[in-house]
Design a protein around this ligand. Structure first.
Ligand SMILES: *Cc1c(COP(=O)(O)O)cnc(C)c1O
Length: 346
């Protein structure tokens, strides 16, 4: 593809994205780093790491991009506090808390016990440092929705104006994924400056981030295959590819494109979760050590390390061709690292 055609389509997409409400939270564009030592170590194709661990706000990570669009809606609705929930180890809730504080809003979290319980470490420590109102409950991720709705009702009864940021609602997911349409534009432009087109973009993800990237590259008219490496196996929503396609379709709709994504276009590999969500995998540990020792880039054990283990395995199995151009999106998650000290086999 001629770089000129990327330029003009990306200008159109940029314009449409710029028309949507957004608040500024992230330090963008994030760096796109060549990783030659690592590439040699895995005997892999041309490879870059997109440093979305460096989005800036409260240790960064992928959610900061997503929240730029979500918090615009929080502000537009005139809300004065946000309600969100996930595990005590949640990156999502930590980044929501930071965004709320930056924008002068109050924040209520309903958190289920994660793999590391209620220990004052990692994201929970940061949530407390930012003085989020925290309720820790005895349920799993999927039992949270009714508790979040009850929290919203309780806050309304106190005459507050709460906004529920639900990661389960398609409407919310589609808005969040706009942040990753923006990331696709950044990647395309950063590589186009080197006269390259990415053939594959790998990342840890099961929802908004891969959906936004898939929408972005398709709307740019690029042949890039987004490969999500799943961090979790869901009990209820089991067709990840169909869900991601649905989010991508809704996101394209928000941008004024009437395009449907099919589940067959989406690759989401759940072969690298290891024992389960939130527990280290031995391939993930190997990947984490290799990147740290070859490039000085630190991954987290729950998401990005497992995703990189997927990429390494796909290189070994020749699912990625030697003359591919691969981007690995580092989605962050670093506050969790130190809670896993005993599991890292150091
Ligand atoms: C939340 C998260 C993901 C997954 O992002 P989705 O947008 O839900 O796909 C990946 N990596 C890290 C570090 C995360 O915190």
């Amino acid at each position: 593809m001629a770089t000129g055609s990327i330029g003009s389509t990306s200008a159109t997409l940029r314009e449409r994205l710029a028309k949507l409400p957004r608040v500024s939270l992230a330090t963008l564009p994030t760096p796109l780093e060549p990783c030659e030592n690592f590439r040699r170590a895995i005997d892999g194709p041309r490879l870059f790491v997109k440093r979305d661990d460096l989005t800036g706000l409260a240790f960064g990570g992928n959610k900061v991009r997503q929240l730029e669009f979500l918090f615009a809606d929080v502000i537009a609705k005139g809300s004065n506090c946000v309600v969100a929930g996930a595990y005590t180890t949640s990156n999502w809730c930590r980044q929501i808390t930071a965004a709320a504080r930056k924008l002068g809003l109050d924040v209520y979290l309903v958190l289920a016990h994660g793999e590391k319980g209620p220990a004052l470490q990692g994201n929970l420590l940061l949530d407390r440092l930012m003085d989020a109102n925290i309720e820790i409950v005895d349920t799993d991720d999927e039992g949270l929705q009714p508790l979040l709705e009850a929290k919203v009702a309780a806050l309304r009864a106190l005459d507050l104006r709460p906004y529920l940021i639900s990661s389960f609602a398609l409407e919310t997911q589609a808005v969040a994924a706009l942040g990753y349409v923006n990331a696709a534009i950044e990647i395309a432009e950063q590589l186009s400056a080197k006269c390259l087109v990415p053939t594959h973009v790998y990342l840890a993800g099961a929802e908004m981030s891969p959906a936004g990237l898939a929408a972005g590259f398709r709307l740019l008219g690029m042949p890039t295959q987004v490969v999500g490496i799943a961090p979790v196996r869901y009990r209820i929503k089991t067709d990840r590819a169909a869900d991601i396609a649905g989010i991508a379709t809704a996101t394209a709709g928000l941008l004024g494109y009437d395009i449907a994504f099919g589940r067959d276009e989406i690759v989401n590999d759940d072969g690298y979760i290891g024992p389960r969500y939130g527990v280290v995998s031995s391939a993930g540990l190997d990947a984490m050590k290799l990147l740290a020792r070859s490039e000085g880039i630190i991954l987290d054990p729950v998401y990005s390390a497992k995703a990189l283990s997927g990429l390494i395995d796909h290189v070994r199995r020749r699912i990625i061709h030697p003359d591919a151009t691969v981007v690995f999106v580092h989605t962050g998650g670093l506050p969790a690292l130190f809670s896993y000290a005993d599991d890292l086999e150091l």
